[in-house]
Design a protein around this ligand. Structure first.
Ligand code: AMP
Length: 477
């Protein structure tokens, strides 16, 4: 029976409770049907002892709400749409049950109960993500959750040479625990040869950006005939950057008997169309908070003339001394310009930049040093606006206010992760009044006017500063 076109058109009907039978016999049905939503413990989710040990070793004490909600339903074999922003633990929400089921299947096959499936070295799960950075991040998280060796950007020998390629590939192969589900990241800007070798070695889970996935499909270096799970992560972002044709093309090549999961911060009509065409009676679960920008994030704005922005930024950094900050610019050129400007200062010479004009190895290096905390100030385009998880970002500074209010939500979501506190500042020029208002409408919250001595405050909102003035405002800083 085809999966396609079988989902009713209305959003409400997506929430229907219709269940598919469990397509993964390796997971006993009754182990997952317990009522677990209220019991916020991993033990209550019907996971294997091995998984519980791994979760303990990576320091996950209890499931986040999206994990408590999604894991049992994924284990039941349902197609799901999870509305959630990043920083909520959504990668593990789909990663844990997929790894769990593939591992159980692997074990069964090793015991000779799997019927010696043809092409069993072909991937069983494919996770599509919008950006290269997210691709590596999701792969690493899945590898951690599988108890496998975690891939580092430098494992790709494009930066070294091809002799090392085979050596590194072997090293990687030897390191993995024999029970571990194997995952591989395939994304543009990295050596395709290395990826081909990894796929040839046998990968259970492929995490990829749509363009590079299509490339491998065309070369027949990626086989999707055994795919049982497909995940669209950050689906709204993927559509924003024009991946819809690639996504549809990939979906059309996948086996009809599969489980499909879609994660997205927002659910605009094109996402629902994709769900309708390619998912089987998906259940919609909304994990987005009432207010889209996290409650733990204080959000301020400055009004400033365009020609004063550089100076204001430096004064703001001086005032705030952020432990880690991302300074968002709208364009690659603007990012590079501001980065060079910071390099000329005494205090911010260790700032780094990341944008789409940089080579992938360089982007990876910058991200790695930001994750480690070696880099304190990162000047970035929206290339890191979505999905990127760096736990300790204390400050988000919108040097350029984003054109799309969704981008604002995603940028600000880089701080205040996993309930930590964060603060966001936006520099708004008098001409950007309407962008600011759109953002406030989108987040259903007013940004608070902040000031710094020596800067004229143009009233871009044509109204009084927001209710509940900031502490900083009251202190007159
Ligand atoms: P994500 O929303 O998937 O980007 O995850 C955000 C961060 O939360 C990542 O650093 C995860 O490693 C971390 N994380 C996910 N689940 C848990 C959990 N149950 N307990 C603690 N940290 C978690």
């Amino acid at each position: 029976m085809p999966h396609f076109n079988s989902c009713p058109p209305q959003l409400n009907s997506l929430t229907s409770d219709t269940r598919k039978s469990n397509p993964h016999p390796a997971v006993p049905e009754n182990s997952t049907k317990r009522k677990v939503k209220q019991k916020l413990r991993f033990e209550a989710l019907g996971l294997s002892d091995r998984r519980l040990k791994i979760l303990d070793s990576v320091g996950y004490e209890k499931p986040t709400p999206i994990q408590a909600g999604l894991i049992p339903l994924v284990l039941e074999g349902m197609d799901l749409i999870g509305q959630a922003r990043t920083g909520t633990g959504k990668t593990a929400a789909f990663g844990i049950p997929i790894v769990e089921m593939l591992e159980a299947e692997k074990k069964q096959n090793a015991n000779g109960d799997g019927g010696g499936q043809k092409g069993s070295r072909h991937p069983k799960a494919i996770i599509l993500v919008p950006t290269r950075e997210l691709c590596l991040q999701v792969t690493q998280e899945i590898q951690r959750l599988s108890g496998a060796e975690v891939e580092e950007p430098g494992d790709d020998p494009q930066e070294s040479n091809d002799k090392n390629s085979a050596r590194n590939s072997k090293k990687q192969k030897n390191k993995a625990h024999s029970d571990s589900v194997k995952s591989v990241a395939i994304y543009g800007g990295k050596s395709i040869r290395w990826q081909i070798n990894r796929l040839r070695d046998g990968a259970d889970i492929v995490v990829g950006t749509p363009g590079r996935v299509i490339d491998h499909l065309q070369r027949a270096t990626l086989q999707v005939d055994n795919i049982q799970f497909v995940v669209l992560d950050e689906a709204d972002r993927m559509l924003d950057i024009g991946f819809r044709p690639d996504i549809e093309r990939i979906f059309r090549m996948l086996p009809e008997e599969r489980q499909s999961l879609l994660l997205s911060a927002t659910l605009p009509p094109p996402i629902l169309e994709i769900a309708k065409r390619f998912m089987f009676q998906p259940k919609l679960i909304n994990f987005s908070a009432q207010s889209v920008a996290a409650d733990t994030i204080d959000q301020f704005y400055f009004t400033v003339r365009e020609d004063q922005k550089d100076k204001l930024l430096i004064d703001l950094l001086d005032r705030e001394s952020p432990s880690q900050a991302i300074v968002f610019c709208r364009t690659r050129l603007g990012t590079q310009r501001l980065y060079r400007k910071l390099l000329k200062t005494e205090k911010y010479q260790d700032a780094r930049a990341i944008h789409g004009d940089m080579t992938q190895p360089n982007r990876d290096k910058v991200m790695a040093s930001f994750r480690k905390g070696t880099t304190r100030i990162l000047v970035a385009t929206d290339v890191v606006g979505r999905g990127i998880d760096v736990s300790h970002v204390s400050h988000i500074i919108n040097f350029d206010i984003p054109e799309l209010s969704d981008d604002y939500v995603h940028r600000v979501g880089r701080t205040g992760r996993m309930g930590r506190e964060g603060v966001a500042y936006s520099l708004v020029t008098p001409l950007q009044r309407s962008s600011l208002q759109q953002i406030e409408k989108r987040i259903n919250k007013e940004l608070i006017l902040d000031t710094l001595e020596g800067y004229e405050t143009a009233d871009v909102k044509v109204r009084k500063p927001a209710r509940g003035k900031s502490k900083r405002y009251r202190r007159g800083l």
